[in-house]
Design a binder for this molecule. Structure first.
Ligand SMILES: NS(=O)(=O)c1ccc(C(=O)NCc2ccccc2F)cc1
Ligand SMILES: [Zn+2]
Length: 227
């Protein structure tokens, strides 16, 4: 079924990000552990896309894939990027019980089992799967420093997560994303975060923030992989 880009009668909007109200999240024992298999050699380049920077991967084959968890297909790694704010007080897109975090990592995958390209996948409700990782201020994170060849270590052993059906958080806001938000935040130092705010867009203005405001949860249910 194609995605509903507007709030047409037959389907309520499923926009992202949302406030995850943990007490309302429902434990779903059918949710399996995530299967994450990343080949660091598939990383291609870092590219400034104007509102943020994407670390892109070679997604011409299933060498770096995400499957299991809430997913019923395997999803191919395409890129990862971050969202941040003008200060350490906010910057994450998802919010947990009203608490904002200073930044958020999005690891973007597309359903290569059912669709022939990323662009095609964004037209379908099960087209993408994005892993969201909240960042909190703490010790400088060596992994973030050279995350490209360490993406493997981002995988925490015991990965519990929330999952819900949502959308891209930047235009065209396609409602094609199964969100998988890890419950364990990783650290970044304030200095490392400051580097993000030093990035410039095409008009050479600093990208001081790039997180979308919260969207209505509507009738959606957030599921949790643990009690
Ligand atoms: N912040 S996020 O929700 O994780 C997010 C992930 C990927 C995109 C993207 O690829 N946009 C370009 C794009 C969109 C649709 C079709 C083709 C595209 F290149 C946008 C937002
Ligand atoms: Zn994002």
């Amino acid at each position: 079924m194609g995605v509903c880009t507007s709030s047409t009668a037959q389907c309520l909007p499923r926009q992202s990000p949302i406030d995850i109200q943990t007490r309302r999240a429902k434990y779903d024992s059918s949710l399996k552990p995530l299967f994450i298999q990343y080949d660091p050699n598939t990383s291609k380049r870092i590219i400034n896309v104007g509102h943020c920077f994407n670390v892109e991967f070679d997604d011409s084959s299933d060498r770096s894939v995400l499957s299991e968890g809430p997913l019923t297909s395997h999803y191919r790694l395409r890129q990862f990027h971050f969202h941040w704010g003008t200060s350490d007080r906010d910057g994450s897109e998802h919010v947990i019980d009203g608490q904002t975090y200073p930044a958020e990592l999005h690891i973007v995958h597309w359903n290569s089992q059912r669709y022939s390209s990323f662009e095609e996948a964004t037209k379908h409700s099960d087209g993408l799967a994005v892993i969201g990782v909240l960042l909190k201020i703490g010790e400088p994170n060596p992994v973030l420093q050279n995350i490209i060849d360490n993406l493997d270590k981002v995988k925490t052993k015991e990965r519990t997560y929330w999952t819900y059906l949502g959308s891209l958080t930047t235009s065209p806001y396609s409602e094609c994303v199964t969100w998988v938000l890890l419950q364990e935040a990783i650290t970044i130092s304030s200095e490392q975060l400051q580097h993000f705010r030093g990035l410039q867009n095409e008009d050479e203005e600093f990208i001081l923030e790039n997180h979308r405001p919260l969207q209505p949860i509507e009738k959606r249910l957030v599921k949790s992989s643990c009690k």
